[in-house]
Design a protein around this ligand. Structure first.
Ligand code: 1GP
Length: 231
């Protein structure tokens, strides 16, 4: 059962991409007790069929923790997950990624939407070269900008969760530290390039939740070691 605040306790989350071929070992690794939740989502090539297929694989793997879908395409929304996470790309140059796609989904799904199972994520895309950065036309973010975005998210949008997204590269710890200091009671997720226990410990000391993704595809054995090393 989904409890609306349960995500606040997550420390380590696996993000799996429906558009990528999942190494079979990944389905064992996600069952490690250090993985608090699995998120399915990605930036490109995401559709209903590949999302449904991945969710089914995860369910069949014996993973019993929370399984959520991070929505990037309206057509890909599936029902077999515990909750839906909705990114708002705060530094996108295109209003589509801040409100446009969301309005489309509200008009399309209307009263079917279970708002108690929806979580808005303020996304700060700090790697402009990543797929998410390219697709959303992410504006460059200085440390000063990042702090201002955090305050915008916290005080104006009142979003409960800010996600610092460096997808594919390990982030600037100074920027993450500055955002952390500005976040107060807003929860912080971080994702991007975490591959070693040292990186994981450093970034985990600054944010509430660390998300790991690419490592499951690039080096599942290293992913297993990384996860086991935690805590
Ligand atoms: C991607 O933030 C996640 O959306 C995790 O990043 O894939 O680089 O681990 P990596």
């Amino acid at each position: 059962m989904w409890e609306c605040d349960q995500w606040k306790k997550w420390r380590l989350v696996a993000k799996l991409d429906p558009d990528k071929a999942l190494p079979p070992q990944a389905l064992e690794i996600i069952r490690d007790k250090n993985i608090d939740a699995v998120m399915v989502g990605g930036s490109q090539g995401i559709n209903y069929v590949n999302t449904q297929k991945l969710v089914q694989l995860i369910r069949e793997s014996g993973f019993t923790g929370p399984l959520v879908q991070e929505i990037s395409a309206e057509d890909a929304v599936i029902t077999g997950v515990d909750a839906h996470f909705i990114p708002l790309a705060l530094n996108s140059g295109d209003v589509h990624w801040l409100t446009g796609a969301h309005l489309g989904a509200i008009k399309r799904y209307g009263e079917l939407i279970r708002w108690d199972k929806i979580l808005a994520e303020g996304y700060l895309i700090c790697n402009g070269s990543s797929a998410a950065g390219q697709i959303t036309g992410a504006r460059e973010v200085t440390i000063e900008d990042a702090v201002a975005y955090a305050i915008l998210a916290r005080e104006i949008f009142r979003i409960p969760l800010l996600y610092i997204e460096y997808s594919g590269v390990f982030g600037d710890l100074e920027l993450i530290r500055a955002v952390s200091a500005a976040s107060k009671n807003m929860r912080l997720f971080y994702g991007g390039g975490v591959k070693t226990p040292d990186q994981l410990n450093k970034v985990a000391s600054l944010v509430d939740t660390v998300v790991i993704g690419n490592i499951f595809y690039e080096n599942p054995a290293q992913a297993a070691e990384l996860i086991k090393s935690y805590r």
